[in-house]
Design a protein around this ligand. Structure first.
Ligand code: AMP
Ligand code: MG
Length: 353
């Protein structure tokens, strides 16, 4: 009897859990699509899935990946694997294959970009108050101390585990939404979906083209007038990911604006000459990490980096009024209104790229 009661309790808890999670996802069924909306990873997530044949349960199952990823990866979720790593103080921590793979990807991009993206920038992000939304301006001495703990090479990977040296801590905030796009699009493709548009707080991931077969038109925001788009790109099966100082920032007592993308070389929010960096490519996680990295690099370094890479396209909006675009966008970028006032320069690939 006791065993039965326990089993029933467990079942009731399971049901309550399922219901609570399902309620957080608002689903609307249309004649040719499902629309899903939820709040996860600190942002509004919207999906339009042109597959009316999917059941409500299937759509909920796909969208449920978001809360699963949040429980695995979030720095503000005390029971996440990333929080366990951040508490480990130099001890090796066993991680699930998924977390380990994402962390390895993040570490690789960190290395590839010379530390412009650095997955170990977390102590700095925290010091500026972006994690806990308690903004403050740390002084130079505090930042210099924290910089000693920052450096992707301080992560040591071994079979199924990772060790972060000393007080080094990680934050997947610059890559997780792009990765979530990869997970959701994979889950939808596995269920036969041929056309879908996902928006994860401004990160866009699309499956196929529009239901009529034409390319999706994805607007690229004007960082100086965020109500407007400076143009749009036409894409199929791709991610369009933007990093910009305008996305999250605060104003200090002296009227200075400080945004959430930190230059790991200085500890201060990056002032690189870029207002935004948009990356377009097949791998959402990589696009996300690269958009953060390019923003930190600034126009010249970013253009040089992009000239050596052929798997992504990019749009860099410079403070000085220039718009830098990789040459692969010649056929699929259309400027609108405000982009007309900017001078366009094309980034050409090096021959050895
Ligand atoms: P994104 O909006 O994709 O550019 O990512 C910004 C988020 O990534 C921030 O809110 C931080 O959590 C984290 N972050 C900030 N600066 C860096 C950096 N240089 N490298 C890696 N992650 C960063
Ligand atoms: Mg990013």
């Amino acid at each position: 009897m006791r065993r039965l009661l326990c089993a029933l309790c467990a079942f009731a808890l399971l049901l309550a859990g399922t219901r609570a999670r399902a309620e957080e996802i608002v689903l609307t069924e249309g004649s040719d699509r499902w629309s899903a909306q939820t709040f996860a990873m600190d942002t509004l997530i919207q999906a339009t899935i042109y597959a009316p044949e999917l059941t409500r349960e299937e759509v909920l199952e796909v969208m449920g990946n978001l809360s699963r990823l949040e429980r695995l990866l979030s720095v503000t979720e005390p029971n996440s694997e990333i929080s366990a790593l951040n508490r480990a103080e130099g001890e090796a921590v066993q991680l699930s294959e998924e977390t380990l793979l994402l962390l390895q990807t993040a570490a690789e991009v960190s290395k590839e970009t010379g530390g412009a993206f650095d997955v170990t920038a977390y102590p700095l992000v925290k010091a500026w108050g972006f994690t806990q939304v308690e903004y403050r301006v740390p002084d130079g001495e505090e930042l210099r101390g924290l910089l000693e703990q920052v450096g992707y090479e301080r992560l040591v990977f071994s079979e199924g585990a990772v060790r972060a040296e000393g007080q080094t801590q990680v934050d997947l905030g610059g890559i997780a939404k792009g990765y979530a796009g990869d997970v959701l699009t994979r889950a939808l493709r596995e269920r036969g979906v041929k056309s879908a548009l996902l928006s994860l707080g401004g990160n866009i991931a699309v499956i196929g083209g529009k239901p009529d077969g034409s390319a999706w038109k994805i607007g690229v925001r004007d960082p100086q007038n965020t109500e407007e788009n400076l143009g749009y790109v036409e894409v199929k099966d791709a991610n369009v990911v933007t990093s910009g100082g305008y996305e999250r920032y605060f104003e200090d007592e002296d009227g200075n604006l400080w945004h959430h993308i930190i230059d790991p070389a200085t500890g201060y929010p990056a002032r690189s000459g870029l207002l935004s960096a948009t990356v377009i490519g097949e791998n959402g996680a990589v696009c996300d990490a690269l958009s953060t990295a390019l923003f930190v690099m600034g126009p010249e370094k970013a253009a040089d980096y992009l000239a050596g890479r052929t798997d992504v396209e990019a749009i860099l909006v410079c403070e000085d009024g220039r718009l830098l675009l990789t040459e692969g966008l010649k056929e699929c970028f259309t400027p609108l209104g405000s982009a007309g006032g900017r001078t366009t320069e094309w980034i050409c690939r090096r021959e050895d790229a």
